[in-house]
Every structure is written in C-alpha cells, then in structure tokens.
Design a protein around this ligand. Sequence first.
Ligand SMILES: Cc1cc2nc3c(=O)[nH]c(=O)nc-3n(C[C@H](O)[C@H](O)[C@H](O)COP(=O)(O)O)c2cc1C
Length: 389
Amino acid sequence: MSVEFFWRIPTHGDGRMPGSKNWNRGDWKQAKPGTITPGQREGGPDGFAYIDYMAQVAKACEVSGFDGALVPSSLISDEPWMVAAALVRETKTLRFMTAFQPGFIAPVYAAKMAATLQRISGNRLEWNIITGGSAPAQRAYGDMTPHDQRYARTGEWLDVIAGLWQGEPFNHKGDLYEVDGGGMSRPHLQARKPAIYFSGASEPALTVAAKHADYYLMWMEPMDSMRAQMDRLNGMAAGQGRTLKYGVRVDIFARETEQEAWDEARRLWDSVDHAKPVSGNPMNSISGADSVGAKRQAALRGDAGATFEDHIIGPNLWSGLGLIRPGPTIGIFGSYDQVAERLCDYVDGGFDHFILAANPHLEEAYRVGEEVLPRARALLANRMARAAE
Ligand SMILES: Cc1cc2nc3c(=O)[nH]c(=O)nc-3n(C[C@H](O)[C@H](O)[C@H](O)COP(=O)(O)O)c2cc1C
C-alpha cells in the first residue's frame, strides 16, 4: 500500500505561532519591522511578494520528500488555482491539491482550466472538492444557496466532470447544468483527470462522496469516531460498486523529545486568555457555521473550564488547538519517533493519505520532511515486509 504525505501551502499568511495575531509573513497584516515577504527595505518594498514565500514553502516540501501540498481556500485567502498555477512552475515533482467550491466555476470551463493546469504541470493537479461550511462566508462570496442544495450542486457538477472526461460527444441535461455537444477533446482529453479528494461530514456530503470521491478527507477525530464514519461511507460506496481511500488533515508538533513538544503545547495554551470566549470565526463558532464537520470539531474542543491536561485525549494527542486558533482542534505532539508511530497508527486504522501542517510552514516542512517522514516511511516499510512474510 502506498501512503501519501502532503503538506499545506499557507494561502493566507504565516508566522511562528499557529494563531494569526503575530504573523509576519504575508500582507494580511500591516508591515512592521521583522515582516518578511512582502519585505521592506529602507522604507520601500524589497521586491519579494507573498507568492515568493509560498514558492519557498513548496520547494521545501519538494526537497524534503513530501508527495504534494494542499492549497487551501478561505474567504480571505489567495485563490488556490492561481497559486497552484504559479507554484507548479517553481517545482518539479510536487502535486498540488487545490481547494475549491465547484459551484463557483461552471464545470465545462473548470475542466478546461484543470486540463490546462495538468499540461502546464505535467499532471500534478489534484482537487480538494469543498462545498462551503459557513453560511456568512457563502453569502460574502455571493452564494445564497443553502447547505444541502450546495451538495446537490457539487454532485451534479461532478457528474458533468466525469462525463466530460469520457470525451466527445457529451450531452447532459440536469437540474442545474446543461451541456449540448460537449466533451473533452485532444489534447485536453489526454490530461489526467485530477483525483477527487472530498470532504464534508453531513449526510448530503457522504452521499456525494460515495459516488465521486477517490479519497475522503477528515479533520482528525479520535480513531473510533473516524472509523464509524469510514465504515458507514464504505457501506454507501460499496452500494455503488466503489471503494474509497481515506485521508486525515492534522497539525503536528514534532520535536527532538516528547517534553519539548508538550512544552510547545503549554506555550500555546498560555498564550490565550481562557476566560474570554473563543472568537467569532465560523470554524470556531457554531453560530457562524452550517458545517457538520466544524460542529464535530467544536464538540471535541470540550467544555469551557477544561484544563490543559483535560485536552490530552490519547497518546500524543492534544485537543486544545481549536482554542488557540481557528481550525481543527486535535494535534499530534511528540518526539519524531512518536509522531511517526502515531501516523502509522492511522495507517493501521485505514488511512493512506495525510495532510500535515505546522507553523511556520517553511521551517516545519523541512523539520517534518527530514525527521518524521523518513521514520514513518521506515516503519511502514517494516510493517509491509512483516505482512509479506
Ligand atoms: C481535510 C479538510 C480540508 C478542508 N479544506 C477546506 C478549505 O480549504 N476551504 C474550505 O472552505 N473548506 C474546507 N473544508 C470544509 C469542508 O469541505 C466542507 O465544506 C465543510 O465541512 C461543510 O461540510 P459539512 O457540513 O458536510 O461538514 C475542509 C474540510 C476537511 C475535512
């Protein structure tokens, strides 16, 4: 079995802390001394833009052994396809998994864009198909479509994409899309259709995933609850004669020793005023989010009043991250060996794809690529050798 390790390209800024308050990379914050990319020299811009920083992260991923990188999307982030189009020309082997909402681009045109990017990159584009998890963000995008109807749109969009890639002639008449005399033709037909990495924990999301996903992605949860979702989705996919692979997105804090990793968790914990309610970010606040997946993450953050220790929920697993910054709440904290072992536990649990991340993304890509990936790959190779005996 081949296991893929992806990193994350930080498309809306970066810095030494997970929370954005003191980030010094990217122009989402006012430049100040110590701000890099875009940097200042003698009072003026120094000529390096944020894309130059993202290119450094991509190159760091590539030279340190990652298979690919997620290019995430949020309302305020740079646009992932555009970023990927720039980064593929800065790299040679790294695959780019661009997050995007199908409803925002008509399928025929999106297929053309994807095929073009495959030709530019040598088939290094993958799709992170998302469907929008925050009603306020959707409205700000200009999308008034309610949650479940968004999934109906995603499903039909993916039907059209599958049909287009079967070549000419392709006709489709559905509830939302109509194509007459379409279908991909040379040379776009020869471009590899991007693999579909799919997320969304709601019922309509699972229905679309069962039909279309190559990989189903999850934010990390305790293994039992992830296994329950996988079993259910496996059953739904089997009903359609399909099998799915699974991926998990998790922040990792890998250090020389376990103690150093926990010291880092403690430093993060102490950086927040726990008397104040968690901010109104839609990922952090149930009120803003209609995402079932985000609500599951919010539930894992635990009750107000939980202590640092209460958040230690398993070997090397700490569930306090959602209280420190917006985003998934469980992280892996441990020595290089321990983090590698935990990743292998998830492989044993049925995962064969990881999207890892840590701040700052540049330095940590090297650290994880140099220290954790070789250990994890060695453990996996040993297991495979033992299984083959
Ligand atoms: C691993 C993973 C990555 C995701 N990446 C993004 C992203 O980059 N941008 C985004 O807006 N939503 C992202 N999402 C959110 C989901 O795709 C989905 O839109 C959201 O959870 C709402 O679906 P649900 O109500 O079915 O859970 C991601 C989810 C997961 C699990």
